[in-house]
Design a protein around this ligand. Structure first.
Ligand code: GLC
Length: 740
């Protein structure tokens, strides 16, 4: 065989061995390196800095040479990172490579829909693909660690970070978080195009009291385990390389020093050997929490609890040496942290790969195609009563109204600082491209989503009058969503509602498109629109996705990953609630309260708003209709060691091909601890042609019926269960079986 081919073959084999670096080798190499390190070098590895500016300062270069830092976040340019890595590996005593981290939350240069939008796709394969594209772009620029996926269960839309979450349900969030981990980490962490993922924020950050960011979290262990830890457990099962502690206290103890979370659950129960990083200065924030006297105390608490690396604050570097020397911190705890850090760096292949030549990465047709597909699948059709959508040829001239119709930065949403606005195609641009400029009129109507003015209304009304239909773009601009962006009200900001009134008064058919980072309340607005499409912040390719959906060149398939309240006063409102002893009934809708002589309605509801949500979890319309029928359970009895299947027929009873996300729910009718009225246990996206009928089947094992009992143990109890195969959490065909 030609020598060149031999060379290639040997290289491939070597590469294969390298990529599949077996664990024992890594551990052996970790121990060998650890044995050479002095205490300062160990503590250096445990320190992550955000202070590497462009160009790298001489101070930072000197610190890298001395082994002062193990990792940087938000650091410089690709060239800076390559230079810093060269200094670390060639000029420091032990040549330990640096790990560069970044918030690659929903894309890097190519921005995908915000995670809450990706959750609305209910499409794990697509979510994995999006993460893979992001990993490729970030890794090409020297970033090998992302602080994602965020998998905090969120049941409170007032909390700005619901935008980053995967919604309210542990099963859906866990399934999608695992898909993101697979996307980021690929088949092997050692693949230069893979990046370490990070399960955050551990834990229960999304249960912040009153939806106020960073606020206290009080949770009974049953709820913590049943709901908030479940996605983290799924991510751990998927092999997530790192965890990040959260800012909040959990039952009075900051997560960053919470031994129950970090030692008992993560290390002892889940046998986790990955690396734990604090959140941004969350170590020294424990002084403000009032659980640490000073930075020295905070450092001791965090490292003892099991935080391996301190993000940005410098209490580890400033105090751990003296804490060890005074016996307040065990060297064993230091060594354990450094092992976790070195193990990650070996697994990533950082010691073995040549320093990547710095490269600026650009979007590719593949990444943009994936971003458009994700934006298309994340959009949820909430209303289309008059069949206004898809817009037909009768709509010759289309008025596009609203500032969010043409705002490249806003449509990328929160955590999109590496997103390139020049790649973004806005809805306005997309409609102009698809229909021709002559058929598209535009009026912003408002300066931005917070604008309190009305001076733009006359032009907007006039534009609407000159068109055959209006697409009104409403919602939240980017800076109203994300970290530290909690809102006490959920209605449309500014004078957007007044703009809707003005435009709808023209009598023209109105399609409302809402771009937002959370569920909003817009009951009256929806009443004035013929159709409502919820697109979240759809990312770089949101424009073509939205335009094609409204023009019928694509069909909406998104389903709500979170319950939409009628009003903020209902929050928290979620589908997997307990029944209570006085559940309200459908006939109590319309808020009857009886009269003083015959008072009625002594049930768990409000007297000033219907107890039901505006739109339930799992809800979403299509351009066709689906019928559910013939629920079948393979056996009326499920034995402790067996399994049954639950199936139903789903028919496309409309005239257009479309995707339906068939959902599978269960209810434990009697248990030692009250169980939710429904729990999602499966889902399947099915593409059905008009008239096509498909049997969709879900397996059920006793383990799927387990819950945490009063003793906080995961148990299954015999008894009767109800099941649904459904289009959303409020409807479906149902049946019962018995677990023996
Ligand atoms: C932020 C966030 C965290 C992020 C980190 C680094 O405050 O809480 O999600 O990864 O700091 O930017």
């Amino acid at each position: 065989m030609h020598s060149f081919l031999w060379t290639v073959l040997v290289a491939l084999l070597a590469g294969a061995v390298l990529l599949a670096e077996p664990q024992p080798d890594v551990d052996r190499r970790v121990e060998a390196l650890l044995a050479q390190m002095n205490l300062e070098e160990k503590i250096g590895q445990m320190s992550q800095s955000t202070s590497m500016s462009t160009p790298i300062s001489d101070r930072i270069k000197a610190e890298i040479r001395s082994g002062r830092w193990g990792s940087f976040l938000n650091a410089g340019s690709p060239a800076d990172r390559a230079e810093a890595q060269r200094i670390a590996m060639k000029e420091s005593r032990l040549g330990i490579p640096l790990l560069f981290g970044r918030d690659v939350i929903h894309g890097y240069k190519t921005i995908f829909p915000i995670p809450l939008g990706q959750a609305a796709t209910w499409d794990p394969e697509l979510v994995e693909r999006a993460a893979r594209e992001a990993a490729h772009e970030a890794a090409t620029e020297g970033i090998r660690w992302t602080f994602a996926p965020m998998m905090d269960i969120a049941r409170d839309p007032r909390w700005g970070r619901v935008a980053e979450s995967l919604g309210e349900d542990p099963y859906l969030a866990g399934t999608l978080a695992a898909a993101m981990v697979r996307g980021y980490q690929g088949r092997s962490l050692a693949d230069p195009m893979s990046i370490a993922a990070c399960a955050k924020h551990f834990a229960a950050y999304g249960a912040a009291e009153a939806g106020r960011d960073y606020n206290s979290v009080w949770l009974p262990e049953i709820l913590l385990r049943e709901i908030y830890l479940e996605p983290f457990r799924a991510a751990r099962e998927a092999g997530v390389a790192t965890f990040m502690t959260s800012f909040n206290t959990l039952n009075g103890v900051p997560a960053t020093a919470n031994r129950f979370l970090l030692r008992d659950i993560l290390r002892a129960e889940w046998k986790y050997d990955g690396m734990v990083v604090s959140d941004y200065e969350s170590v020294t924030e424990m002084i403000r929490h009032g659980t640490a006297r000073d930075a020295r105390d905070a450092a001791r608490e965090a490292v003892t609890a099991g935080v391996d690396m301190e993000m940005v604050s410098t209490s580890y570097f400033d105090h751990l040496k003296s804490l060890v020397e005074t016996g307040q911190v065990k060297v064993a705890d230091i060594d354990s942290a450094v092992r976790n850090i070195l193990r990650l760096k070996f697994r990533l292949g950082l010691f073995d790969h040549p320093i990547p030549a710095p490269r600026e990465v650009a979007a590719t047709p593949g990444s943009l195609e994936a971003a458009e597909r994700a934006a298309t699948e994340s959009a949820i059709l909430l209303k289309n009563e008059t069949g206004l959508l898809p817009l037909g040829d009768s709509v010759r001239t289309l008025a596009i109204v609203g500032p969010l119709a043409d705002s490249r930065v806003d449509q990328m949403g929160t955590w999109s600082m590496d997103g390139r606005p020049e790649y973004v195609e806005t809805p306005l641009a997309a409609f102009q491209k698809l229909l021709g400029n002559g058929r598209v009129l535009y009026a912003a109507g408002l300066k931005n989503s917070r604008d309190l003015g009305r001076e733009g209304f006359p032009a907007a009304v006039d534009t609407a009058r000159r068109a055959d239909a209006v697409v009104l773009f409403l919602g939240e601009e980017q800076i109203l969503s994300g970290e530290a962006r909690s809102r006490a009200f959920l209605n449309l900001p500014g004078t957007q509602e007044a703009l809707v009134d003005a435009v709808s008064a023209t009598g023209k058919p109105v399609v409302v498109v809402i771009m937002a980072g959370r569920p909003l309340t817009f009951h009256d607005v929806a009443g004035k629109a013929g159709a409502v499409l919820y697109t979240w912040h759809p990312g770089t390719m949101g424009g073509p996705a939205i335009a094609k959906l409204l023009l019928g060149r694509a069909a909406p398939s998104g389903r709500l990953p979170i319950t939409f309240p009628r009003t903020v006063g209902q929050v928290p409102i979620y589908y997997a609630h307990l029944n209570t002893g006085r559940p309200p009934s459908e006939r109590e809708l319309g808020i009857p309260a009886g009269n003083p002589v015959q008072p009625q309605g002594y049930t768990s509801k409000y007297i000033d708003v219907d107890f039901t949500p505006e739109y339930p979890f799992g809800f979403g319309l299509s351009y066709t209709t689906f019928e559910y029928s013939d629920l079948r359970i393979s056996s009326p009895i499920l034995q402790g060691t067996g399994s049954i299947t639950v199936s139903a027929s789903v028919t496309n009873s409309g005239s257009r091909e479309a995707v339906e996300t068939v959902q599978f729910y269960i209810r434990d009718l009697v248990a030692s601890v009250a169980q939710p009225v429904r729990k999602l246990k499966g889902f399947e996206r099915v593409l059905l042609k008009p008239g096509e009928r498909r049997t969709v089947t879900f397996p059920l094992h006793p383990a799927d019926l387990a819950f945490y009992n009063e003793q906080k143990r995961l148990v299954t109890e015999p008894g009767r269960f109800q099941v649904w195969i459904a289009p959303d959490a409020a409807r479906g065909v149902s049946g019962e079986f018995e677990l023996r």
